[in-house]
Design a protein around this ligand. Sequence first.
Ligand SMILES: NC(=O)c1ccc[n+]([C@@H]2O[C@H](COP(=O)([O-])OP(=O)(O)OC[C@H]3O[C@@H](n4cnc5c(N)ncnc54)[C@H](OP(=O)(O)O)[C@@H]3O)[C@@H](O)[C@H]2O)c1
Ligand code: SF4
Ligand code: SF4
Length: 377
Amino acid sequence: MKYRTMGKLGVQASAFGLGCMRFNGAASGDSVIDEGKAISLIRRAIDGGVTYIDTAYVYLDKTSETVLGKALRDGYREKVTIATKMPKEYVHNRGEMEALLESELQKLQTNYIDFYLMHGINRQKWEEFKAIGAPEFFDDMKKAGKIRYKCFSFHGPYEDFEYILNDWDWDMVQIQYNFMDIDHQAGTRGLELAGRKGIPVVIMEGLLGGRLAKAPANVQALYDAFPVRRTPVEWAFRWLCNHPEVSVVLSGCNEAEQIDENLRIFDTVDANIMDEKELALMDDVRAAYLSRTRIGCTACRYCMPCPNGVNIPGVFSVWNNVSLYETDPNENFQFKRILEQNAGADRCVQCGACEAACPQHLPIIDSLQEAWRELNA
Ligand SMILES: NC(=O)c1ccc[n+]([C@@H]2O[C@H](COP(=O)([O-])OP(=O)(O)OC[C@H]3O[C@@H](n4cnc5c(N)ncnc54)[C@H](OP(=O)(O)O)[C@@H]3O)[C@@H](O)[C@H]2O)c1
Ligand code: SF4
Ligand code: SF4
């Protein structure tokens, strides 16, 4: 495992940080997480050298922090730093912020949180956080030793990012970034701005929620033609870690094999190791993906549940996969399941709740209709 210094904080962190947003459900269907499996995955990552773990109050129906707390018993807490988050939707005053933080500490079974983030903010949410005194609260909690660093995770346009970053003395920032998102959200400009200010950057969605792990034929042909053989996941993480401003790359893993593969990859990556030919390859790969992607949904599920039962990320995933991998929707397992569960886009009543929640600002309503027309054609 390679370790990196987190900007001005000077803290050492593993380049691979484990994200706790995507653990699989229990096979019995009576729980949102297969708890035993999640705990063993978390410990496997830590045993392999991971020192940075990311979760949030809302992940996995609010069970993610609880499972992480259990995984960090037996001496594991001392081996890692924990990042978790405060969602604006759940706090409207100081009392609610205090109660929310206390409940997170309890669930995590710890006395302090290392990195405490205002969750998924844009400029509007930052203003809302300021209006309820969140910056003062974070400062007070830092003084009290309940949090070590005051941070935010970001979803929004670059202009918002620049404004927020310059508006307070943040200790760390978490952004969505990968070789497809260079001009999207904070993008490369945001990464470099944080780097110039010495603010450590933690990366989320480094594989675009898993989409970059499975190369479609036109992308795989490019990888295959390159003289050095690497997996798509390895190319994606190598490209991220090539940026010296990146401190930690988060990845959510569902299987032990994914943890092991990522541990192997993060043993080999470093800043400024890619030559011009490798960088040109990634430009070609980006163009090849863009030529076939129907919608930039990252399957983060912030829009779910839809009050009318539409499986929004499911429909978009099928739409993208059918286009990327040139397959027949009628042979797509996920599409069949959506039809069986009556969770298709035909149930949408255009209430707009999903669009307000989408960190990618996708035109979900229109896109669902277009996707449904094409998939059923
Ligand atoms: N603060 C925020 O607003 C926010 C938003 C999004 C994410 N996050 C955090 O950032 C973390 C990372 O984001 P992410 O989960 O989207 O990361 P990601 O790395 O883009 O996607 C994770 C998915 O990639 C696939 N994967 C990972 N390693 C793999 C490997 N070696 N081989 C093949 N597939 C692999 C898995 O997909 P399959 O499930 O298909 O196997 C996994 O679920 C999250 O877990 C969460 O903690 C925060
Ligand atoms: S607009 Fe449609 S898909 Fe979105 S939440 Fe409302 S009913 Fe569901
Ligand atoms: S539509 Fe938006 S909020 Fe919903 S899963 Fe996709 S990216 Fe996330």
